[in-house]
Design a binder for this molecule. Structure first.
Ligand SMILES: *Cc1c(COP(=O)(O)O)cnc(C)c1O
Length: 443
C-alpha cells in the first residue's frame, strides 16, 4: 500500500505561498522525516482523517492535549453551550476561578494560578517572575528540554563549560542568551558545579521533570530530588515545566510521581483540552509578585477566555478522581496500562527482528530510540539512527498509524484508543520493522 497524498501535496504547495514553510509550527512540515505532511480534515476519538480521505490512528494527539481523544462528546457539548454565551469578554468570569481551583486541587503546589494562552507564554512569564523575586538574572536549563520559543530559553550550551549560553536561533541577542546556562539532564554533579561557580546569580532552574522534547527521557532515581536540594541550598527557584508531562505522567503531574514540590510550575496542553492555553503558578508568596497583586507585569487580552476555560475544566473533570466530578477512578491506571500494552507489543515485534531499541514510557507518554545504548540525556538521545526512525515512521504512516514525525518527540495515548487500535499498531510495527531491517542492510 502506498498512501495517496495527492490533495495534501497540492495543499502543502499552496500553503507555502502564504505561510512560511507552509505550516504554523515547524515540526508539522515533516522536515525531520521528509515527505508530504497529511493535511488534516477532521478527527474523532483515536482517529484523524486527512483531506485525501486517509484515516490514521493518532498518537500525536495535538502533541499531548487530546488525552480524552478527539472531539470528545462532553468537551464538544460544553464548548457548544459556552459558544453561545460569547467567546471573550476581557472581564473576569467564574470559569477562570473554577479551573484555577481544579488545578490547585489536583496539584497542591499551585497555590495561585495565572492563566495565559500558550506554554511559551507561561515559561516566559515565569522567568520574569523568578528574576524579580530573587533579584538575580541567570537561568539554568537542560540540553534537549524545550520550554517554548522565547529568547531566554532558545539557548544552547556555549563552549565554555559552565559559562555563557549561545543563541539557538538567529535573532536571539547574545546578551540574553548569556544569562542562560545549559547543563545536561540527569547529571546532578554538573548542576552542582555550576551552582558552586555562579550559584549566587542564579534566579531559577527550569526543567521538564520528565522530558518529552528530545524524545521521552526518564529522570534517574533520585535525580530530581538532588535538583530540588541544590536549588534550595542556593536560594534559587525550582521551576517544573509540566506543559507536556503534567496531567500526562499522572493526574498530579511529575511532581506527584517523584514527590518533589517545585516553587513554580508551568502547564499547558492538557489543561486546555485542545484549545490554546497555558498556566503558571506555585508558591503564594512568589505569585503575589504578579500584577495586579504585585509589581511584575504580565497580561493577556484573551487570557482565561471562556472557551479555553470550558474545554480545560471539562477535560480535567473527566480525567480526575476528585469528588463531585463525574468519577473516573481508574482513568490514569487504565491509560497507563494501555500504553504499557502497546509498548510491550511493539518491543516484542522489534525483538522478533533482532532490533535493539530503547523503549521509554511514563504514564500515557511513550517513545523509542533507534539505538542499542541507553538514552538518559540529549547527547545519548542523539546517538539514535534517525534514518532508521524515518523508515519506521513512514512505514507506519502507510499502515495508517500517525506517530510524531521526529525521532526526538514523544508519542501520546488517549482514553479513546481501543484494544483494536493497539493491536493494529503492534501488527503495523512488525511490518515497519521489516523495512527497518532492509534499511539497515543497505545503509
Ligand atoms: C509544548 C511545550 C511548551 C510550549 O508550549 P506552546 O503552547 O507550544 O507554546 C513548553 N514547554 C514544554 C515542556 C512543552 O512541551
Amino acid at each position: 500500500m502506498t498512501l495517496n497524498l495527492e490533495k495534501s501535496a497540492k495543499a502543502f504547495g499552496e500553503a507555502k505561498q502564504f505561510i512560511p514553510g507552509g505550516v504554523n509550527s515547524p515540526v508539522r512540515s515533516f522536515r525531520g522525516v521528509g515527505g508530504i505532511p497529511p493535511f488534516i480534515a477532521k478527527a474523532e476519538g483515536s482517529k484523524i482523517i486527512d483531506i485525501d480521505g486517509n484515516e490514521y490512528i493518532d498518537y500525536v494527539g495535538s502533541w499531548g492535549p487530546m488525552i480524552l481523544g478527539h472531539a470528545h462528546p462532553a468537551v464538544t457539548e460544553a464548548l457548544q453551550k459556552a459558544l453561545y454565551n460569547g467567546t471573550s469578554y476581557g472581564a473576569p468570569t467564574l470559569l477562570e476561578t473554577e479551573l484555577a481551583k481544579l488545578i490547585n486541587e489536583l496539584v497542591p503546589s499551585m497555590e495561585l494560578v495565572r492563566m495565559v494562552n500558550s506554554g511559551t507564554e507561561a515559561t516566559m512569564s515565569v522567568l520574569r517572575l523568578a528574576r524579580a523575586f530573587t533579584k538575580r538574572n541567570k537561568i539554568v536549563k537542560f540540553a534537549g528540554c524545550y520550554h517554548g520559543h522565547h529568547d531566554s530559553l532558545l539557548v544552547k550550551a556555549g563552549s565554555g563549560a559552565t559559562t555563557l549560553g549561545v543563541p539557538d536561533s538567529p535573532g536571539v541577542p547574545d546578551s540574553i542568551a548569556g544569562n542562560t546556562v545549559t547543563v545536561n539532564f540527569n547529571d546532578a554533579d554538573e548542576l552542582r558545579r555550576v551552582f558552586e561557580e555562579i550559584g549566587q546569580d542564579i534566579a531559577a532552574v527550569i526543567i521538564e521533570p520528565v522530558p518529552g522534547n528530545m524524545g521521552l527521557v526518564i529522570p534517574k532515581q533520585g535525580y530530581l530530588r538532588e535538583v530540588r536540594n541544590i536549588t534550595e541550598q542556593y536560594g534559587a527557584l525550582l521551576i517544573f515545566d509540566e506543559v507536556m508531562c503534567g496531567f500526562r505522567v499522572a493526574l498530579g503531574g511529575a511532581q506527584s510521581v517523584y514527590g518533589i514540590r517545585p516553587d513554580l510550575t508551568c502547564f499547558g496542553k492538557v489543561i486546555g483540552g485542545g484549545l490554546p492555553v497555558g498556566a503558571y503558578g506555585g508558591r503564594r508568596d512568589i505569585m503575589e509578585y504578579i500584577s495586579p497583586a504585585g509589581p511584575v507585569y504580565q497580561a493577556g487580552t484573551l487570557s482565561g477566555n471562556p472557551l479555553a476555560m470550558t474545554a480545560g475544566i471539562t477535560t480535567l473533570k473527566l480525567i480526575s478522581e476528585i469528588p463531585e466530578t463525574p468519577k473516573q477512578p481508574d482513568f490514569f491506571q487504565k491509560l497507563t496500562a494501555k500504553t504499557k500494552t502497546l509498548c510491550n507489543g511493539i518491543q516484542a515485534e522489534a525483538e522478533k527482528y533482532n532490533l535493539k531499541l530503547q523503549f521509554h514510557q511514563a504514564g500515557s507518554m511513550f517513545g523509542m530510540f533507534f539505538t542499542d545504548k541507553p538514552v538518559y540525556d540529549y547527547e545519548s538521545a542523539k546517538q539514535s539512527d534517525v534514518g532508521a526512525f524515518n523508515t519506521y515512521f513512514h512505514a507506519m504512516l502507510e499502515e495508517g498509524i500517525y506517530l510524531a514525525p521526529s525521532q526526538f518527540e514523544a508519542s501520546f495515548m488517549s482514553a479513546s484508543h481501543s484494544d483494536e487500535d493497539i493491536e493494529a499498531t503492534i501488527i503495523a510495527s512488525g511490518k515497519a520493522f521489516a523495512k527497518v531491517v532492509k534499511y539497515n542492510q543497505v545503509k
